[in-house]
Design a protein around this ligand. Structure first.
Ligand SMILES: *[C@@H]1O[C@H](CO)[C@@H](O)[C@H](O)[C@H]1NC(C)=O
Ligand SMILES: *[C@@H]1O[C@H](CO)[C@@H](O)[C@H](O)[C@H]1NC(C)=O
Ligand SMILES: *[C@@H]1O[C@H](CO)[C@@H](O)[C@H](O)[C@H]1NC(C)=O
Ligand SMILES: *[C@@H]1O[C@H](CO)[C@@H](O)[C@H](O)[C@H]1NC(C)=O
Ligand SMILES: [Mg+2]
Length: 559
């Protein structure tokens, strides 16, 4: 298992959870910074990796100090998100942009220690504060802060792991304890300075990393056990579905987002935020209170609970630049939500067939095809088992801010052994994209995705829908393409919107590739081979473009 990926995943999940619900209000910073100076040189240490880099340390220490003063005066600990933003603005200077330091991880939110007052800290984390006070209390004046007392102080600090065991808001709890403690000794300037120097000087995570990884692993184990238990339950209880399927394991709460946050992000599922209808429900755009832009899929129909579970378990840990990232979920009474990264440029179908005035250039089309192929190749060769997407089509190919393509909608996906097949009783997939051989033998394997990808490739080339109803004789796209190889002009197949601006050689190569993808199962290339061929076509196109001024390639994605 890749720990770095795992940590990034946890961080991402945590950053969703440690958020606040806020309404816009007039900017007000309740903190008084005694002296915010531009750091001349960046001090060593990053509060045990809490800060992005060591240049963040001086402003952060002065922030902590101001927080302690406020705690002493008002009994409050963390700022709400409105206050946070205005305080960070107040601190912003030219040398270091405090907005990127990660200070906003300490914002009052919905869960755990983020909403604690000083009183809550004493009530709920009494032992922690006594421990920290005892071991950091003796850090006296002078330069000896790195002696053994600092070591003990760090140990108590790292032992603070949150209100709920294994919860990921340990940092919020630690800093809440620290703020309550320093707030109670606000006049002891030297001591405070030493505490900051001792704890802030920590450069690497030790115990906490292990705890983080262990909790993540146990989360995976719990999810795994849960899935197995569900399968066992399904096998032994027949097809009967009862309420138990909604009980997602507690530990998967890394990904779990409160309903309040979903409603806040989408303005109570306001129709103005409606993006479209997915396989299992309506999709809305939204902005989390930490300002992250997201897409939320609202799943109501109980018949789609399977979709929900599959997406959570197949996609949550599968990360690739060409797959839409699942950031979290919310499991409410009789509805649930899946939260994804937002792809701001819509889906491929809108670009190919929509009323969009902008035309996808030839090279852009190839780049999109390459992105999709890479995403699929990654899924098919996934280390934990081959993931078959089963619903590749233009509406499931989303385009990010730079028009990079990402596959979405894993509601039908299946994890099977690499190279194996799986007999499915579900008749699913989308008409026109499903491998005809699957329709007869119901065998799910990666070759089915290759077929669907081939159809998409034909659409990218021709700008035509799966079945062209405009022609006098309606004909499936792939039959039409095949018929062209028997003496027709392949060039006539090209999307008229391209206006001849493409390399004929690359077009031919891509066309033949698409036909091989939609051919007989045993002759289909792997997605790895598809990526290679497409890259070749891309290379040819770039060379042709450079040497031929007739081929103008203008495409500027709208941001
Ligand atoms: C944040 O606190 C300010 C007062 O400092 C208040 O006016 C504002 O409504 C609060 N925002 C939220 C979302 O609670
Ligand atoms: C801030 O620091 C400068 C120089 O370091 C000092 O002159 C000034 O009085 C300080 N201001 C406050 C409010 O402490
Ligand atoms: C550590 O240094 C401080 C002074 O900086 C001193 O007061 C304390 O006694 C020292 N602790 C140990 C264990 O040496
Ligand atoms: C505020 O700070 C003063 C001076 O250190 C201290 O005596 C007082 O107990 C503190 N009050 C609270 C509520 O922590
Ligand atoms: Mg879809």
């Amino acid at each position: 298992m890749d720990y770095r990926k795992l940590m990034a995943f946890i961080w991402l999940s945590c950053s969703i959870m440690n958020t606040a619900s806020s309404q816009p209000s007039s900017p007000y910073c309740p903190l008084e910074f005694s002296n915010v100076t531009t750091p001349q040189n960046c001090e060593e240490g990053t509060w045990d990796d809490f800060l992005r880099d060591k240049c963040c340390k001086p402003p952060f220490n002065s922030y902590l100090d101001a927080l302690a003063v406020r705690a002493n005066q008002t009994g409050k600990i963390y700022l709400n998100s409105t206050e946070q933003t205005s305080c960070l603005k107040k601190m912003k200077d030219n040398v270091i942009d405090v907005f990127t330091c990660g200070i906003d991880k300490l914002t009052a939110g919905i869960n755990g220690c983020s909403q604690f007052s000083v009183q809550d800290v004493f009530n709920r984390l009494g032992d922690e504060i006594v421990g920290l006070s005892a071991s950091c209390g003796s850090l006296g004046g002078g330069g000896g802060y790195r002696n053994r007392s600092c070591g003990d102080c760090v140990k108590s600090w790292e032992a603070i792991n949150g209100v709920i065991p294994g919860d990921s808001d340990a940092d919020l709890c630690r800093f809440a304890v620290l703020t309550a403690l320093t707030g109670s000794r606000i006049d002891d300037l030297t001591w405070k300075e030493n505490v900051y120097r001792c704890l802030g000087g920590q450069v690497i995570r030790k115990g906490s990393t292990i705890i983080g990884i262990m909790s993540a692993i146990s989360a995976l184990v719990v999810i795994g056990v849960y899935i197995m238990a569900r399968r066992w339950h399904a096998m032994h209880a027949g097809a009967k579905d009862d309420g138990t399927k909604r009980d997602l394991p507690k530990r998967s709460r890394y990904l779990e987002v409160p309903i309040k946050e979903i409603l806040y992000a989408t303005n109570n599922l306001d129709y103005a935020n409606y993006i479209g209808e997915g396989t299992a429900g309506k999709v809305y755009r939204g902005i989390l209170s930490n300002k992250q832009h997201i897409a939320v899929k609202h799943i109501i129909d109980d018949g789609f609970m399977e979709t929900f579970l599959r997406e959570v378990r197949n996609l949550a840990l599968v990360r690739h630049p060409n797959l839409v990232a699942l950031l979290g979920y919310c499991d409410n009474e009789d509805e649930c939500f899946l939260i994804y990264e937002l792809c701001t440029n819509g889906n491929l179908s809108e670009w190919l067939f929509g009323k969009n005035n902008e035309v996808l250039s030839w090279t852009k089309r190839l780049e999109i095809a390459i992105d999709c192929a890479r995403g699929l190749w990654f899924l098919h060769t996934y280390s934990e088992g081959c993931i078959v997407h089963r619903d590749i089509k233009p509406t499931n190919i989303l385009l990010g801010p730079n028009c990079e393509a990402k596959l979405s909608d894993f509601g039908l996906s299946k994890v099977i052994d690499i190279g194996k097949t799986y007999a499915s009783s579900e008749v699913r997939g989308t008409f026109g994209y499903v491998d005809p051989e699957y329709q007869t033998d119901s065998q799910v394997n990666s070759a089915g995705d290759v077929y669907s990808f081939g159809i998409v490739l034909l659409q990218i080339l021709s700008g035509r829908r799966v079945i062209n109803m405009k022609a006098s004789k309606p004909m499936p796209l792939e039959k039409m393409a095949k018929s062209l190889t028997r003496g027709g002009s392949i060039i006539g197949f090209a999307d008229p919107k391209l206006d001849g601006n493409y390399s004929a050689e690359a077009f031919e190569l891509t066309f033949q590739l698409a036909l091989s993808c939609t051919g007989h199962k045993i002759e289909r290339p792997t997605m790895g081979q598809v990526v290679e061929r497409l890259e070749e076509a891309h290379e040819i196109s770039l060379t042709a473009m450079a040497s031929n001024l007739h081929i103008s390639d203008q495409f500027s994605p709208s941001p």
